[in-house]
Write a protein that binds this ligand. Structure first.
Ligand code: NDP
Ligand code: GDP
Length: 348
């Protein structure tokens, strides 16, 4: 395995990109999202020039990126607009494209199914087309990472889930991700593109959106502890997820693009916990043991169809990529609760 700098140098000066000759360049879609920000930090440490695709004419997260990730150069574009993607690839001439942008919230995908299909599904095709049309240097083609999801396994056919487990998506989001995965494999096989699909299981952090159950829980627990909120209202507490830490998972994305051959990998912890257990441990961090009295269930948070059990086997990623998760489940919960306690205390 050559690291990206060595790969560029071995390809010769004709393909050295841009102003910082010798330093690899990455274009990240979804730069304002949880993973985009962790990946940007990782690539910055590795010396990359980083471009982030930003959608909208006045995106409210622009300032956040400029403040916390000032090394990212923002490029305007939208996964629904092929010409903007061609423009972004032409302008940045990246060595690596990480396609993290998506409508990523399963619950929302039921209400906005067509939008989800367009962004999360067809958006992948547009990004691949932009890369194919612009093309990379002959000896150093643009490498592509697609953010696939364990939601593709849905009503699981096999436990734990591996790369060959058949897909059975249970939401418009899952269906769109299956298309994104399949088209990535298809472009690899049809056009010889260096295209990888990372089938990542849920990964969380203090940067996770408040709409997702983990962050909703940790934020509410912090606020309840501080007397700012009385209850935590949730949907189904039974589903099981394989929850890891986002900072660990972006390392796997990068590793996939540093291999000699493109391939697909499951990235997971191999452990599964019920939503209920996440709640219990989060309350435990702030010393509340009778957590049930603060939790109320409301059918409005139930979904038309549910994914009951996700647990992945990432043996291939561990063996081939040498990837290993570092943050355990209890540490993840603690980290998120402590972060939210600090933020909510400061805002009081
Ligand atoms: P987030 O929801 O935090 O981020 C989604 C990003 O997509 C945001 O930057 C958003 O921009 C951007 N985006 C949405 N629509 C468009 C569009 N039309 N054009 C361009 N950008 C757009 O997701 P995560 O960071 O958590 O996840 C990253 C990727 O990994 C996603 O594809 C997700 O589906 C996938 N994934 C995530 C998992 C997880 O547990 N986190 C598990 C498996 C897969 P804006 O902020 O401007 O709306
Ligand atoms: P997902 O795995 O991508 O759907 O991530 P989420 O964090 O949105 O949901 C994880 C699980 O938590 C799903 O099975 C949800 O049905 C369940 N859940 C229970 N209550 C809630 C809630 O109030 N909000 C969310 N987002 N999920 C909930």
């Amino acid at each position: 395995m050559l690291d990206p700098v060595a790969r560029l140098l071995s390809a010769g000066p004709a393909v050295l990109p841009g102003s910082l000759a010798g330093m690899p360049k990455a274009l990240i879609t979804g730069i304002t999202g949880q993973d985009g920000r962790f990946l940007a930090d990782l690539l910055y440490e590795k010396g990359y020039t980083i471009y982030g695709l930003l959608k909208g004419q006045n995106n409210p997260k622009t300032e956040l990126i400029q403040r916390e990730h000032p090394y990212v150069e923002l490029v305007h574009g939208d996964l629904c607009d092929l010409s903007s993607l061609i423009g972004a690839v032409e302008r940045t001439r990246p060595d690596e494209v990480y396609n993290l942008a998506a409508i990523s919230f399963v619950a929302m995908s039921f209400n906005q199914a067509e939008l989800t299909a367009n962004v999360t599904g067809t958006g992948v095709l547009r990004m691949l087309e932009a890369i194919r049309i612009v093309g990379g240097a002959k000896d150093n083609p643009i490498r592509f990472y697609q953010a696939s999801s364990s939601e593709m396994f849905g009503k699981v056919r096999q436990t734990p889930q591996i790369e060959q487990t058949p897909f059975y998506p249970r939401s418009p989001y899952g269906c769109a991700k299956v298309f994104g995965h399949d088209i990535t494999v298809n472009y690899r096989e049809s056009y010889g593109m260096f295209a990888c699909s990372g089938i990542l299981f849920n990964h969380e952090s203090e940067r996770r959106g408040l709409e997702f159950v983990t962050r909703k829980i940790t934020n509410a627990v912090a606020r309840i502890k501080l007397g700012l909120q009385d209850e935590l209202v949730l949907g189904d507490l039974e589903p099981r997820r394989d929850w890891g830490y986002a900072g660990d998972y972006v390392k796997a994305m990068w590793l996939m693009l540093q291999q000699d051959q493109p391939d697909d990998y499951v990235v997971a912890t191999g452990e599964t916990y019920q939503v209920r257990e996440f709640v219990r441990q989060a309350f435990d961090v702030v010393g509340i043991t009778d957590w049930e009295r603060y939790v109320r269930q409301d059918p409005k948070f139930l979904r038309p169809s549910e994914v009951d059990l996700l647990v992945g086997d990432s043996s291939k990623a561990e063996t081939v990529l040498g990837w290993k998760r570092e943050v355990s489940f209890p540490d993840l919960v603690r980290r998120m609760v402590e972060h939210d306690l600090a933020v909510e205390s400061a805002n009081r």
